[in-house]
Write a protein that binds this ligand. Structure first.
Ligand SMILES: C[S@@+](CC[C@H](N)C(=O)[O-])C[C@H]1O[C@@H](n2cnc3c(N)ncnc32)[C@H](O)[C@@H]1O
Length: 211
C-alpha cells in the first residue's frame, strides 16, 4: 500500500480517481465509527438487551450504545485499550452470557476498493455468516455496518436472504472515517446497517429505511 501510484504514470498522478483516499489501510481494518452512525441505528431499532460488540476497536460503537442505557460486552482481536483484546470473533462458539444482540462494524478485509479488490471479501462473508449463525443460536439480534454496494453481490445477497434480515438502514450521509479538521475528505462510499432479528416474523419481507 506504500505505492500510491496505482499504475498511473507520473504525469497522470495528479488526476487520481476520486475513490483513492490517500490513506494507507489500517492494521486489522481499524476504522472507528463516528457516533452519528451508531445513533442512526439506535433511532431505527429497539435492542432487546445487553449487546456484544465483538470488533470493538477503541469502543466507538460501544460507548454510544452504553449512553443509551444498554450494557455492552466489548471484545476485539487486537488490544486497543478498550474491552477485552485477543478474542477472535471467527473462533467464538456462542455470544457471551446474557447478551441478546451483536452490533459491530466488522473488518471489510478487502484492502480497500482503491486496490480494485473483489466486491465481497472472504473475510467479511465469513464474519457475516458466523454472526448470523450465532444470532440464530441465541434467538437474538444482529446489526452490521457494511458498504451499501456490498449487499448487492451474489454471495452477500444469498447469505443475507438466508438469515433473518429484518431491515436495511441506508445512511444517506457518507461516512468520513478520518477527522482531519478542514482537510477531512468526503467519504467515498455509502454505508448501511444490516439488521437481523431471529424473532422477526419471517412471513414479512425485510424493510428498507433511510437514516
Ligand atoms: C472497522 S474496525 C471497527 C472498530 C469498531 N467496531 C468501531 O466501529 O469503531 C474493525 C475492528 O475489527 C477488529 N478485528 C479484525 N479482525 C477481527 C477478528 N477476527 N475478531 C475480532 N475483531 C477483529 C480490528 O482489530 C478492528 O478494531
Amino acid at each position: 500500500m506504500n505505492d500510491q501510484s496505482f499504475g498511473l504514470t507520473e504525469d497522470r498522478r495528479e488526476f487520481r480517481p476520486i475513490h483513492i483516499s490517500g490513506f494507507a489501510r489500517e492494521a486489522n481494518d481499524f476504522y472507528p465509527t463516528p457516533d452519528w452512525v451508531t445513533q442512526t441505528l439506535l433511532n431505527h431499532v429497539r435492542l432487546r438487551g445487553p449487546v456484544w460488540e465483538p470488533c470493538c476497536g477503541d469502543g466507538a460503537i460501544a460507548k454510544v450504545i452504553e449512553r443509551q442505557g444498554l450494557a455492552v460486552h466489548a471484545t476485539d482481536l487486537a488490544d486497543r485499550g478498550y474491552g477485552q483484546g485477543g478474542v477472535d470473533f471467527l473462533t467464538t462458539e456462542r455470544v457471551p452470557a446474557g447478551c441478546q444482540a451483536i452490533v459491530t462494524n466488522p473488518p471489510y478485509g478487502d484492502g480497500g476498493a482503491e486496490r480494485g479488490a473483489p466486491a465481497s471479501s472472504r473475510l467479511l462473508l465469513s464474519f457475516v455468516k458466523h454472526a448470523i449463525s450465532l444470532t440464530e443460536q441465541c434467538d437474538g439480534q444482529l446489526a452490521l455496518l457494511v458498504r451499501f454496494t456490498w449487499m448487492a453481490g451474489q454471495r452477500a445477497s444469498s447469505l443475507m436472504s438466508a438469515g433473518p434480515l429484518d431491515r436495511v438502514i441506508v445512511l444517506t450521509k457518507r461516512i468520513r472515517w478520518f477527522d482531519m479538521g478542514d482537510a477531512t475528505k468526503q467519504g467515498q462510499h455509502h454505508h448501511a446497517w444490516l439488521f437481523f432479528d431471529a424473532q422477526r416474523d419471517r412471513a414479512q419481507p425485510p424493510a428498507i429505511v433511510f437514516g
